[in-house]
Design a protein around this ligand. Structure first.
Ligand SMILES: [Zn+2]
Length: 68
């Protein structure tokens, strides 16, 4: 079923899923390269989206690192 395995690693089980596109992400992808497919357009799932949450966290960390 869509979303049960990682979008980038079909052999891995997903730990988070984009509910809009049914893309699954494994822990590696979530921690190292979380990626919302459409970060700039409205998504009704965003508030509860784990992928976007990690994506935002990464962006904030990168901004902090750049200004340090
Ligand atoms: Zn993965």
């Amino acid at each position: 079923m869509a979303g049960e395995t990682c979008r980038n690693h079909p052999d891995r089980k997903s730990v988070a899923m984009c509910q809009k596109y049914s893309h699954g992400y494994c822990l590696d992808c979530l921690e190292n390269d979380p990626h919302c497919s459409d970060p700039d357009i409205y998504c009704k799932f965003r508030e509860q989206c784990l992928v976007h949450f990690h994506y935002k966290e990464r962006k904030r960390e990168a901004a902090r690192a750049a200004s340090a």
